[in-house]
Write a protein that binds this ligand. Structure first.
Ligand code: GTP
Ligand code: MG
Length: 563
């Protein structure tokens, strides 16, 4: 490969690590020889791959406006790596077809999901039929291609693309969760503005506490998505304060917190102006766990920007695909979003093995996604005993009952007050059932896949059950407000009220005696259970929520929330 020369002014400390940078002194002005080498030695003899590198290197040449941004370098590197892994795959399978065919579009990716375009594997992301490819190539329209999988996704099909380690047991496995994470690791060496997205319905499960491993020291704006799903009457000021408190507890330093909805467009304008204020010439990366709504957020952002910005309006024509399948975006997607230059990158979601989505079959994924505003479903003694009239004499509280949340969660109630109320917030498609604990095992065996779904269909056979049990002893000292939430990663949460607000007053002696609520929570192996301060939702949330008294320093340094 011909070594390329770059002037010192175009040298960036953030060059991708596959570029070796020997330095040559040249009478006063330093010249950097930028030599690319193949990260995978077995690919060295592949002409197509070398072609890609030389294209990359030649594009890296120059200074001023033509010089690539760090984002360009990042994207280029990802595309080269993706292409090279495609070649390796091909070699492994010892396919007879010439590699030429599959690599045609090495630097071009599907605009919907970011997968490199290819014409050989119909089932793999990035597939485009050879005739369409040739036609688009002839007209120099390769950037306008939507791959086969994206077409299916945009018509509501559930096509998984990620498997293993937080991917899905079912479905075809094309990209591993680790590979996707690897694609983002390089970001910490870029100079970038990070917009980190967290799903409010799965706040703890999607928080991605180790985001600094990916983002490095780059500034982070925290965007909370899907707030349109919160129950009616929710006071966003209380939720904003709750999010800031939770973020500070996780010791994550962020510039600001924004409550948003890409559906109703709440809060999007605020994020747009914050991005414009903090961008300072950097590229913007949208990061987050899989399915938190990154691509939907970019769509909303472009919609907002397009009112004033013709560049954003143009970008909307070929916008990233969003879908209920975690693992929709499989490669970084570069979007020209700002009139004055600067790019936004949609990134593949980080797959977390501790969310319910990682254990259910692909056909059950839509059931886990709430489609409309959440409405809590409450369980109290009266309601339960009305349903179980025959047990009325035996029980004076809900203790001794078990609640099933689909086939995914079982909660055995061990100790509660007679007035205790458990309110479940989650997708409507996952139904709740309550039975006496002594009948629970039999009920689960009989109804799994029938009344208790997910799992459903074929997955019921191979379902390994609720293997993890966690005993919770929830102490409380105030009967006027909920004691905590028990959040189930990737599903929803349960608000634990020692004394239901409908009862108001209670027998104070009894309360003194029982200042603890005990529950046994069973979930599939790997799914995480979080006990957290209660999220103030609904009309009552605004009434019981208490703001913490802040020190002067906290007042100054604490991030502000916007919606
Ligand atoms: N109600 C509601 N749904 C949303 C919102 N944002 C995203 N969604 C839905 O959430 C699902 C996931 O959205 P995507 O934008 O594909 O998520 P992503 O983070 O890009 O996912 P990956 O590409 O898999 O990492 C889709 O079904 C969206 O319609 C929102 O603000 N409100
Ligand atoms: Mg996406």
């Amino acid at each position: 490969m011909t070594p390329k020369t770059l002037s010192l002014t175009s040298f960036s400390p953030f060059l991708p690590h596959q570029f070796k940078v020997p330095k040559i002194c040249n009478s006063g002005r330093a010249i950097i020889i930028c030599k690319a080498f193949n990260p995978q030695p077995q690919q060295q003899n592949q002409p197509e791959f070398q072609t890609q590198l030389s294209v990359a290197a030649s594009e890296s040449q120059g200074t001023g406006p033509a010089a690539p941004t760090r984002g360009d370098i990042f994207l280029e590197r990802q595309q080269i790596l993706a292409t090279s892994s495609l070649i390796t795959e091909k070699k492994k399978k010892k396919k007879k077809e010439k590699i030429n065919g599959s690599l045609i579009a090495a630097t071009f990716c599907c605009y919907g999901c970011g997968a490199p375009l290819q014409v050989t594997e119909t089932d793999v992301p990035g597939y485009v039929d050879p005739e369409t490819y040739e036609l688009k190539k002839k007209h120099r329209q390769l950037r306008t291609i939507l791959c086969g999988r994206c077409r299916l996704l945009s018509h509501g099909h559930m096509v998984t693309a990620v498997g293993g380690n937080g991917g899905y047991a079912g479905g075809k496995q094309f990209v591993t969760a680790e590979e996707l994470r690897e694609k983002l690791r390089h970001l910490r060496h870029e100079k970038a503005l990070i917009v980190k997205l967290v799903d409010i319905v799965d706040f703890n499960g999607s928080f991605l506490a180790h985001v600094r491993d990916l983002a490095g020291a780059n500034p982070i704006i925290l965007v909370v998505t899907k707030v349109d799903l919160l129950p009616k009457g929710t006071d966003f000021n209380c939720v904003g304060d709750w999010v800031v408190e939770a973020t500070m507890k996780k010791k994550l330093n962020v510039l600001s917190v924004h409550l948003t909805s890409s559906k109703s467009l709440v809060g999007i304008t605020g994020v747009v102006s914050e991005i414009q204020k903090e961008k300072k010439g950097r590229d913007v990366y949208i990061l987050g766990a899989a399915n938190v709504g990154k691509s939907a957020f970019i769509n909303a952002l472009l919609k907002m920007l397009s009112h004033k910005d013709p560049v954003a309006a143009m970008a909307r024509k070929y916008k990233p695909i969003q879908s209920a399948v975690p693992g929709t975006t499989v490669g970084p997607i570069q979007i020209n979003a700002f009139l004055g230059g600067g790019k936004v990158y949609d990134t593949p979601g980080v797959h977390l093995h501790h969310r319910q989505a990682a254990v259910v079959h692909s056909q059950d994924l839509p059931a886990l996604a709430p489609r409309s505003r959440l409405r809590g479903q409450s369980f109290m003694k009266e309601v339960v005993l009305d349903q179980w009239v025959s047990e009325k004499m035996e029980f004076n509280s809900m203790a001794g009952f078990s609640i099933f949340w689909g086939g995914l969660v079982r909660i055995d109630i061990l100790k509660v007050l007679p007035e205790t109320c458990l309110t479940f917030y989650g997708p409507k498609a996952v139904k709740l059932h309550i039975v006496p604990t002594n009948k629970a095992d039999e009920f689960y065996k009989k109804e799994l896949g029938v009344l208790l779904t997910p799992p459903s269909g074929e997955q019921v056979e191979e379902w390994t059950g609720l293997e993890t049990a966690r005993q919770l002893h929830i102490r409380f000292d105030d009967t006027q407000r909920p004691a905590c939430d028990v959040a189930i990663s990737g599903l929803g949460w349960i608000t634990v009220e020692p004394v239901s607000h409908t009862h108001g007053e209670t027998d104070s002696n009894l309360v003194q005696e029982t200042m603890v609520i005990s529950l046994d929570v069973h979930v599939p192996k790997a799914v995480e259970i979080f006990v957290r301060p209660p999220l103030p939702v609904g009309k009552l949330g605004g009434e019981w929520y208490q703001y913490r008294d802040l020190t002067e320093k906290e007042e100054e340094t604490r991030p502000k929330w916007y919606f």
